[in-house]
Design a protein around this ligand. Structure first.
Ligand code: SAH
Length: 465
């Protein structure tokens, strides 16, 4: 099975940087089910094509799948040559950085839509060409499909379910690879491996930004998860919740800003966080839920911080952050210190590893309480920086705001606001479960009765025995 990717963006050989595969070399990779080879049939400045050829090891497959299906299925199946979910696995393993939108040498190009064409040979399409079109055309692809006859010598046998398909669009390479990663197994409708709950994570991660609004969303989810109803429902639920978060209500944001304006509370908060980060000695710092990049702008001014990564679920906020930080105009040495990435704090994300500290400023109250535990693991178990600084409103203080009707939260998108005791209980539970110590600090003027308007927790990782 073969996937070719072609670009005419000039110099087209930059495709090699985007895929992290040198155009002049043939490279081979061992995968659990066979071998993948990457080579370039064409590599000129005008046009460059990278080919990913998968060689499935049929003997290995028999061993892995022993006992399934009809007796001969182990020996007679289309897996060695059809573009099945093996190809998705190969994309993730061989083109992993490109699939995650990363490129060491050409980060800007990775973030830029360029002319791309992908050709898949022997793509099994359950539902035929109509399904193929329904899946790809709403995503903006021009599609050509040629159906292979069952046997070219015996036309009366009719067509096989296999197509050679070319998809063209002006798109980011990451977007194209994510679409292929999700939709190839959907077309095949016969995933080779056990579909477990981590498949929900993969689906949501690679479907981010497009799956929610796809007209055939439900079909995609159902087939990707191989008709496992409980998983399908879980995926749909989370997709819908996620999207609610992904569109912060700017109007409401302004209301919150007005409510808090008198105190210039946000500025005080950012300064408190900044001073904790400076004192911690951290050099590599995450800003999780970075929003429009107000904290990042402060951090960038401090030479102590050598590497900054801002993550947010909202693309709109990230665009605003890129603007605020003048990313396009920064001198290269400055530019290299900072990156902004799109992602969700609900999912374990390898990009968050290896940092000294993380700031999570006014974010947790935007997360649904039942999903807080996912967030806690992402930050405290997987990213696991030595210092975590987290702020959230103090609900008790709301009665001191004349503009805020009683019982109302400060922001329409807040899912909860905690009292000081609730925040303490949460912080204590997180610290004890994940091996951190913590302290709390009020932010803003303290009121004898209801405390300060905002509260901050500083977590420090305990030395491991
Ligand atoms: N930290 C920023 C923004 C706070 S507003 C500041 O202090 O100025 C809350 C931010 O959290 C928003 O930008 C929102 O998009 C982001 N957010 C909400 N849910 C998220 C999630 N699941 N993953 C990542 N970011 C999220």
């Amino acid at each position: 099975m073969l996937l070719t990717l072609t670009t005419t963006y000039e110099p087209a050989t930059d495709l090699g940087y985007l895929l992290a595969k040198h155009p002049a070399r043939v490279q081979s990779f061992d995968l659990a089910f066979g071998k993948a080879h990457v080579f370039y049939p064409e590599a000129s400045a005008r046009c460059c094509t990278a080919a990913l050829l998968l060689e499935i090891d049929p003997v290995g497959l028999v061993r892995r799948e022993a006992g399934s299906g009809f007796v001969l299925a182990q020996y007679v199946n289309d897996r060695p040559y059809a573009a099945s979910s093996f190809l998705s696995v190969a994309i993730a393993q061989v083109y992993g950085s490109a699939l995650h939108g990363r490129s060491r040498e050409r980060p800007e190009l990775a973030a830029t839509p360029i002319p791309l064409a992908a050709t898949l040979t022997a793509l099994p399409c359950r539902g035929g060409e109509p399904v193929l079109r329904r899946l790809f055309e709403p995503l903006g692809y021009t599609l050509t499909a040629r159906q292979a006859p069952l046997d070219p010598a015996l036309p009366e046998w009719g067509n096989s379910p296999y197509f050679t398909v070319t998809l063209s669009a002006i798109a980011r390479l990451q977007t194209l690879l994510s679409h292929l990663y999700v939709l190839i197994p959907v077309l095949d409708d016969a995933k080779h491996y056990f579909v477990g709950s981590d498949e929900v994570e993969k689906l949501l991660r690679h479907g981010e930004g497009w799956l929610h609004s796809h007209p055939d969303r439900d079909l995609i989810i159902r087939r990707y998860l191989r008709h496992r109803r409980s998983l399908t429902e879980a995926a749909l639920d989370r997709l819908l919740a996620e999207t609610a978060e992904a569109s912060p209500d700017t109007e409401a944001a302004t209301e919150e800003e007005i409510a808090e304006e008198r105190l210039n509370l946000h500025q005080q908060r950012l300064e408190a966080v900044l001073s904790v980060l400076k004192e911690s000695g951290a050099q590599r710092v995450l800003d999780l839920g970075c929003g429009e990049g107000k904290l990042l702008a402060l951090l960038l001014r401090e030479p102590q911080f050598s590497q900054l990564l801002g993550l947010d679920v909202s693309v709109r906020s990230l665009e605003a952050a890129a603007e605020r930080l003048n990313l396009d105009r920064l001198p290269p040495a400055q530019r290299a210190r900072i990156s902004l990435v799109h992602g969700s704090l609900m999912y374990r994300d390898p990009r968050l590893s290896g940092f000294d500290a993380a700031a999570v400023v006014e974010v947790i109250e935007h997360l649904d309480p039942p999903r807080l535990s996912a967030f806690e693991r992402v930050v405290f178990e997987f990213a696991r920086p030595a210092t975590v600084v987290l702020t959230t409103p103090n609900a008790e203080y709301n009665v001191r705001w004349p503009s805020l009707p009683a019982g109302q939260l400060r922001h329409r998108d807040h899912r909860f606001e905690w009292t000081r005791a609730e925040f303490y209980a949460w912080a204590q539970s997180v610290a004890s479960r994940f091996g951190y110590r913590f302290r709390l600090q009020p932010i803003g003027p303290e009121d004898g009765e209801v405390g300060a308007p905002s509260q901050m927790a500083v977590f420090e990782r305990l030395a491991t025995e």
